[in-house]
Design a protein around this ligand. Structure first.
Ligand SMILES: Cc1cc2nc3c(=O)[nH]c(=O)nc-3n(C[C@H](O)[C@H](O)[C@H](O)COP(=O)(O)O)c2cc1C
Ligand code: SF4
Length: 423
């Protein structure tokens, strides 16, 4: 089984320096791309079926094709790596950045080149101090070796790459909020259209792409789209970083073929449940996805299959719920996070999420009333895509919606028994 994304990552995640990275074939894809030209790089990425790994799964090549190209395009153009990674339960991008920072730097240069951008940013989560140190060093080495700066590798292509450390809000991960934050403002989502590809950073053409997406690009350029598609078990190309946390024997992160089933990830790679704990379900792609249960263990974890059972691949990093953990307490924890991270711009999210949080708190603490179930149901029905300005609030409500579907009797028991049965 090939594991291109993690092949350079040592068990202790000590990264390769520039010479070590080059000795393993690093920056060869960039040299190759500079000979191919931007249009050809865009085409191989389009042909590879690479879909964005930040959660939404938008086809990467198609996103690039919306960027105005050529002499008449408005400039400067920008490429931005979304390394904000504040999704609860998710640590896949940190793994890549700590363990193989040059891979991200080379990927960012390739993506910027494909859209003819002259400036690129890596927008990094504030808490990721080790990543900042290692990426900063990799960028400096890349400048010294003329992979960045003016006249890269004597081709006439110029690119500056800046590391920007976020002020630290979940909302900064939403791509248009991220652009506000990069401009020095408060992270509030922008109305779309126009999309960032035509009017993004400072109103100029911009592409925002997740770390894992970017790290795939050098392998696609070097080995071709057919090779990339062949790595996957389903239609979505490539491998995927999957993770699991909770009461499993081996919590961690694994690079596996895209489309590996939920059951294989949990039993073979996470080692199954810890003795004495039974699997009840999991949030499969970070906290903002809907529960999958024992009935879904044979579902292929790609962008197409989980929606057929009412969930999403999301980030591919699972938070497992066991029978010794209270689902109401778990949902309270999740909604506390999202209520705190609301940017406050639209009413259903600013007012609704704290109301949900207070209702869950009352139920968990034994102060719940039967009418509280109606309050939760009402919010689940109202906080939907199209009712809020961005995807934060619908993402916050999806796990609760599914918890009420699969574990409703546990919520009701809290109310009838006047407290949490797990305490
Ligand atoms: C509230 C919110 C937070 C997000 N946080 C992240 C994040 O931390 N990292 C990320 O790559 N995408 C995040 N996204 C998705 C981005 O808006 C965007 O779709 C993504 O960066 C595009 O890159 P991709 O096509 O490579 O996936 C978030 C979306 C929302 C609504
Ligand atoms: S849903 Fe509305 S209030 Fe919530 S984060 Fe998005 S824009 Fe802000």
């Amino acid at each position: 089984m090939e594991t291109p994304l993690t092949e350079n990552i040592a068990p202790d995640r000590t990264p390769l320096d520039l010479r070590g990275y080059e000795a393993k074939g690093g920056y060869a894809a960039l040299r190759q791309a500079l000979e191919m030209g931007p249009a050809a790089v865009q085409q191989v990425v389009k042909d590879s079926n690479l879909r964005g790994r930040g959660g939404a799964g938008f086809p990467t090549g198609m996103k690039w094709s919306f960027v105005p190209m050529g002499e008449t395009a408005r400039r400067p153009k920008y490429f931005v790596v979304n390394a904000d990674e504040m999704e609860p339960g998710t640590m896949k991008d940190r793994w890549l950045m700590e363990g193989d920072p040059h891979s991200l730097v080379e990927g960012a240069i390739l993506c910027a080149y494909a859209i003819e951008a002259e400036h690129a940013y890596i927008f990094l989560r504030q808490a990721y101090e080790l990543c900042a140190e290692r990426i900063g060093r990799a960028i400096a080495e890349a400048y010294e070796a003329c992979y960045l700066g003016l006249n890269i590798q004597d081709t006439g292509y110029n690119l500056d790459l800046h590391l920007h450390v976020s002020a630290g809000r979940y909302m900064c991960g939403e791509e248009s909020g991220l652009l506000d934050a990069l401009e020095g403002g408060r992270a509030i989502p922008r109305a779309k259209p126009p999309f960032p590809q035509t009017a993004g950073l400072w109103g100029m053409p911009t592409v925002v792409q997740n770390v894992e997406t970017v790290c795939n690009v050098r392998h696609i350029v070097a080995k071709g789209p057919e090779w990339f598609k062949g790595l996957s078990l389903t239609e979505d190309g490539g491998t995927k970083l999957y993770g699991a946390s909770g009461k499993v024997r081996r919590p961690g992160l694994w690079e596996l073929p895209m489309g590996t089933t939920l059951g294989e990830i949990l039993s073979e790679h996470a080692g199954g449940m810890i003795e004495g704990h039974k699997f009840r379900g999991c949030l499969p792609g970070g906290a903002s996805t809907s529960f999958m249960t024992e009935d879904h263990l044979d579902v292929a974890m790609d962008f197409t299959s989980p929606p057929k059972v009412g969930s999403r691949l999301g980030t591919g990093t699972m938070i497992v719920l066991d029978d010794k953990t209270c689902p109401v307490g778990m949902m309270l924890n999740v909604e506390q996070f999202f209520a705190r991270e609301s940017c406050g711009f639209c009413t259903p999210c600013r007012e609704g999420l704290p109301w949900v949080m207070r209702t869950l708190e009352a139920i968990e603490m034994g102060r719940g009333k039967p009418s509280d179930m109606d309050i939760l149901d009402h919010h689940v029905a109202m906080i939907r895509p199209g009712h809020t300005f961005c995807a934060l609030a619908p993402g916050a409500i999806d796990p609760l919606d599914s918890a009420l579907r699969y574990f409703r009797e546990d919520f009701e028991r809290h109310i009838t028994e006047g407290g949490c049965p797990w305490r």
